[in-house]
Design a protein around this ligand. Structure first.
Ligand code: FAD
Length: 323
């Protein structure tokens, strides 16, 4: 992420030409973030660049570092709230162009941009069990590793064998699972400047039919529980295990506080789930932020604790907004 907003120079035509040499075919300008993002919120991103290989990612990071150009890293955008003012800094997206994978024995390796539900299906078809819980998470592997995402009290970190990342200076690191500092919905990648380039998970052998049945059950349950028809970014608050034991999940806390259905502008807390905010109609980022702040304040008054916000809100300079 961008370190100081005063550093945040917009890429000019010369920069865009250089980016096109580093990532041929992977550079777009004036990209509509509302069209790209899961929440369907955001202004225009000046430049989005998508590397198609580890080599391109290394060259890109090295060049951005030398040019001192601030940038943000994104994957599937399923945990991100973009500013209505867009993004004035370069947006590096690790997505479908960086999504190769291989299966060797019980290990599955994949590049960061692979779509997580697709990866879960690859493991299932190979008769490998351990990531069924990720089959309904609409993000990339890089985002999942960074967030230590998962469901049903699991996190991808539980099965990580190693993660390859690229630091801001372009150096490549390979971290073992222990070196990734996974904890509930957190990893070392939230605290370093490293970009996850690929990861290997170590799974166990299982029956394809059993794995498929488990995944179908998980997907059916998620369809019942979550408001999947309206744009949203999943859980707004982290279901912290310590808070969970004392007060229940954040969705229940919000339901008890009467937040279900509460709206601000075009955004509203989902009627079906108190921890989801949906874009009902042309919501602005500020509508979502106001709702989150109101929810957090009410929860603090009720529980005496601060709920941790899972949603990552960015301003137009790529700086994380503290909610
Ligand atoms: C309907 C819905 C359901 C959801 N359900 C779940 C769930 O059950 N469990 C769960 O954990 N999450 C869930 N989420 C949230 C989200 O899908 C996950 O957090 C996901 O892992 C984010 O991946 P992404 O690729 O979309 O990341 P983004 O939202 O694009 O980015 C999230 C963060 O990861 C960083 N990042 C992205 N890619 C990389 C990379 N390659 N290297 C380093 N940093 C990177 C970004 O800078 C950002 O800080 C849900 C979201 C939605 C919309």
């Amino acid at each position: 992420m961008c370190s100081r907003s005063s550093d945040c120079a917009t890429a000019d035509a010369r920069h865009i030409r250089s980016l096109s040499v580093i990532c041929p075919g992977g550079v777009r300008t004036s990209v509509d973030l509302a069209a790209m993002s899961r929440w369907r919120i955001g202004g225009l991103a000046d430049v989005v660049v998508e590397p198609a290989s580890l080599e391109e990612l290394v060259k890109l990071r090295r060049w951005l570092n030398v040019q001192k150009l601030p940038h943000v890293i994104i994957g599937g955008t399923s945990n991100l709230l973009f500013s209505d003012l867009g993004l004035k800094v370069i947006c590096v997206r690790l997505g479908a162009r960086l999504a190769e994978y291989s299966v060797e024995g019980t290990r599955v390796s994949a590049e960061a941009g692979i779509w997580v539900p697709g990866l879960a299906r690859i493991a299932m078809k190979a008769g490998l069990t351990g990531i069924e819980h990720t089959c309904g998470i609409p993000g990339t592997l890089g985002g999942l590793v960074c967030m230590n995402g998962g469901s049903l009290r699991n996190g991808i970190g539980d099965v990580i064998d190693k993660v390859t990342s690229v630091a801001a200076d372009g150096s490549v690191k390979v971290r073992s699972r222990d070196e990734c500092a996974f904890s509930y919905r957190s990893s070392v990648f939230q605290a370093t400047d490293e970009v996850v380039a690929s990861a290997t998970v170590r799974l166990a052998r299982g029956e394809v039919s059993t794995i498929r049945r488990t995944m179908l059950g998980i997907l059916a349950q998620r369809r019942r529980k979550f408001p999947l028809k309206q744009p949203n970014c999943g859980s707004v608050f982290v279901s912290d295990p310590a808070m969970y034991d004392r007060f229940g999940p954040p969705g229940k806390i919000m339901e008890d506080l009467g937040f279900k259905g509460v709206a601000c502008g075009g955004a509203a807390v989902a009627e079906s789930h108190g921890n989801f905010i949906v874009n009902r109609h042309q919501a602005h980022a500020e509508d979502v932020l106001s709702l989150i702040r109101d929810m957090k304040k009410a929860a603090r008054e009720r529980t005496g604790e601060d709920l941790k916000v899972e949603t990552i809100a960015l301003d137009e300079f790529g700086q994380r907004i503290v909610i």
